[in-house]
Design a protein around this ligand. Structure first.
Ligand SMILES: Nc1ncnc2c1ncn2[C@@H]1O[C@H](COP(=O)(O)OP(=O)(O)OP(=O)(O)O)[C@@H](O)[C@H]1O
Length: 621
């Protein structure tokens, strides 16, 4: 027998499991049954596709064996099994990125942390919530030797050779005090029905059944084996046969968590391609959503046979929050990951699935505003990613996203913004490039406020990249307020006269600021502020440049901003007739620096700014 230690993360996790106020220890059974079902899926796939496995006997089933006296329960499957190496690596380390991610999110606050476990499901290790000793006996399909892995869930585990007649795995739990309540056949049947009713394989329970014996006038116990679940691939049944509870139950066994799904879309396609899809949107966004190694949530089946659950090609990346099943009649069983990428059948299913998901979302947006708001709170950003990456569905995605604006409370749709447009309004305008507070107080919004025009306040980091690529919503142009040409929409004749009037001053300022600016112009977009910074149509904005730098683009050419001056502002009017060049120079720099500050750009020379400010203050106090 050899003794081994757990990887540090496993010990950490086990510590937490044992000491947490975990509120639903019953999910241990769901986790172990789902592992058994995965193992059966894997072996079935091999027996259908791999010659080396074709001749192996395969009777897929899951057996629960209960000993009420001894307070033990075993969960056995006839699946793929594990050899010595597998036992060590699969049950002694944490490979799941999700679990690692989970561990990094722990706060040390037991109540909060156990809630987190609830959202997660911790797989095999959840056995230690209910057992103080776990023995896993396993034989890998195609191999002769069997091995036993034994652990008390504390320091580590032991491994020894064992016997097993057929390939598969048996997990034997010795219940602890907390787990003793599950040494009860009623309870077990109830839990299996609740979480695992639709697992595609039969689950049998063997236990001592009490029956009243009329002759002996007492109840006697007989050992019986009964099937507990319905074992149908639920998604293949028709919608009318299924209850909400059925859908929710399948979701929980798929997503491995506690949360309810927010909604689901079940589709059967018949025609040139035959397939069934069942997609769920989780009520809470999966925690690994923004990790590069996020776990894909869609399982691929071919004719009810599980094929894979980790392909990121089944749905586009921006729909990575979707959980569910694609079951195709037309794909070959031995379809490989590489083939999938260019498979026409799959790409048709994928295209149709995306359309279906988006159109269902649109439906909900129109008919159940409250539910849609919950959805948006979790997934708005992902939809925006879609705007960037999914050109074909851009129009629908524009209907689906929600934005902040200068007029609406909370979030609003572009359709609503359009309906609130003023007569003669030429475009829908937006501002990007900073925090919400910075954007809302930007001088660039002054003209819009004055004219009562609504502006989208796009403060999400990705907004700038996303929206700079979108020219229109419906038939209406989308324009950024900080672009030079945008203010052309507001130019009028009175403006032209003003511009003439300040021309000499503009030239003076330009000469003072020298090569720090590209141009100095009269502004048509300012009301209360004396100056602002704008960017040319074809140039990246200040914020965009910061992001490009952050992403490693070091040699960006220095961009010069364009400074706009408000010809009607009192400061500007005074400067027009000012003879003192020293004062004009300070004013020119202060107008420029304050515009940069309001744009969220750091000053190159803060000390010079402060000196100038103090000079001006000294004259005015
Ligand atoms: N009954 C089993 N038969 C074969 N392998 C198993 C069995 N139970 C667990 N394993 C192996 O142990 C690994 C770890 O299991 P665990 O439940 O912790 O995570 P997981 O099943 O990979 O993750 P998830 O629950 O998110 O699918 C599995 O990936 C699998 O390789």
């Amino acid at each position: 027998m050899s003794k081994r230690e757990f990887q540090t993360e496993v010990s950490q996790l086990l510590q937490l499991i044992v000491h947490s106020l975990y509120s639903h220890p019953e999910i241990f059974l769901r986790e172990l049954v789902s592992n058994a079902s995965d193992a059966l899926d894997k072996l079935r796939h091999l027996t259908l596709t791999d010659d080396a496995y074709k001749s192996l006997p395969f009777e897929p089933r899951i057996d629960l064996d209960l000993d009420e006296e001894k307070k033990t329960l075993s969960i056995s499957d006839t699946g793929i099994g594990m050899n010595e190496e597998d036992l060590i690596s699969h049950l002694g380390t944490i490979a799941r990125s999700g679990t690692k991610n989970f561990l990094t999110q722990l706060s040390g606050d037991a109540r909060r942390d156990s809630n987190l476990i609830g959202q997660f499901g911790v797989g095999f290790y959840s056995a230690f919530m209910v057992a103080d000793k776990v023995e896993v006996t396993s034989r890998k399909a195609g191999e002769e030797k069997a091995w036993r892995w034994i652990s008390d869930g504390k320091s580590g585990f032991e491994i020894e050779p064992a016997e097993r007649a057929v390939a598969g795995t048996t997990v034997l739990l010795h219940f602890n005090d907390e787990g003793a309540q599950y040494a009860n056949s009623w309870r077990l049947q109830e839990i299996v029905k609740k979480y695992s009713n639709h697992i595609a394989f039969p689950i049998f329970l063997t236990y001592d059944k009490s029956e009243w014996n009329e002759e002996e006038k007492k109840s006697t116990k007989t050992r019986v084996t009964e099937q507990v679940n319905v074992a149908s691939a639920m998604w293949r049944r028709s919608k009318s046969e299924l209850k909400d509870e059925d859908y929710k139950e399948l979701f929980k066994s798929l997503a491995g968590g506690w949360e309810e799904p927010l909604f689901w879309f079940h589709t059967k396609a018949e025609g040139s391609l035959e397939y069934t899809t069942l997609f769920y949107v989780p009520a809470k966004a999966p925690l690994d959503l923004y990790r590069a190694d996020y776990k894909s949530g869609v399982k691929l089946y071919v004719k009810r046979v599980f094929i894979m659950d980790d392909s990121k090609d089944l749905l586009p990346e921006y729909l990575r929050f979707v959980r569910g099943i694609i079951d195709s009649e037309d794909l070959p069983l031995n379809v490989s990951r590489e083939i999938l990428q260019q498979n026409r059948v799959l790409s048709n299913i994928r295209t149709a699935s995306v359309k279906k998901i988006l159109s269902e979302l649109k439906n909900i947006a129109e008919n159940d505003k409250e539910k849609y708001a919950t959805f948006i709170a979790e997934y708005n950003r992902l939809l925006k990613e879609g705007l960037y990456s999914d050109f074909a569905n851009r129009e629908t995605l524009l209907e689906l996203i929600r934005v902040k604006t200068t007029k609406a409370d909370g979030l609003t749709s572009l359709a609503d913004v359009k309906s609130r447009m003023q007569d003669g309004q030429k475009a829908i305008y937006y501002i990007t490039g900073g925090t919400e507070a910075l954007l809302r107080t930007s001088p660039l919004l002054e003209i819009y406020r004055k004219k009562g025009i609504e502006v989208l306040v796009l403060d999400d980091e990705i907004d700038e990249i996303v929206f700079s690529g979108i020219e229109k919503y419906d038939d209406i142009e989308l324009k950024s307020v900080n672009r030079t040409a945008t203010s052309d929409d507001f130019k009028d004749e009175a403006q032209a006269d003003k511009t003439e009037e300040v021309k000499p001053l503009l030239e003076k300022i330009k000469a003072i600021l020298g090569d720090r600016v590209k141009d100095v112009r009269a502004s048509a977009r300012l009301a209360d502020s004396p100056s602002c910074i704008v960017t040319d149509e074809d140039e990246p904005s200040a914020r965009m440049r910061q992001m490009m730098k952050a992403m490693g683009q070091q040699n960006l050419p220095e961009l010069k901003p364009t400074l706009e001056i408000n010809p009607e502002h009192a400061i500007v009017q005074k400067l027009l007739n000012h003879a003192d060049d020293k004062v004009t120079e300070d004013a020119a720099w202060l107008l420029f620096d304050q515009a940069l500050l309001l744009e969220g750009t750091q000053l190159q020379d803060p000390a010079a700014f402060v000196q100038r400010l103090n000079r001006v203050l000294q004259q005015s106090v």
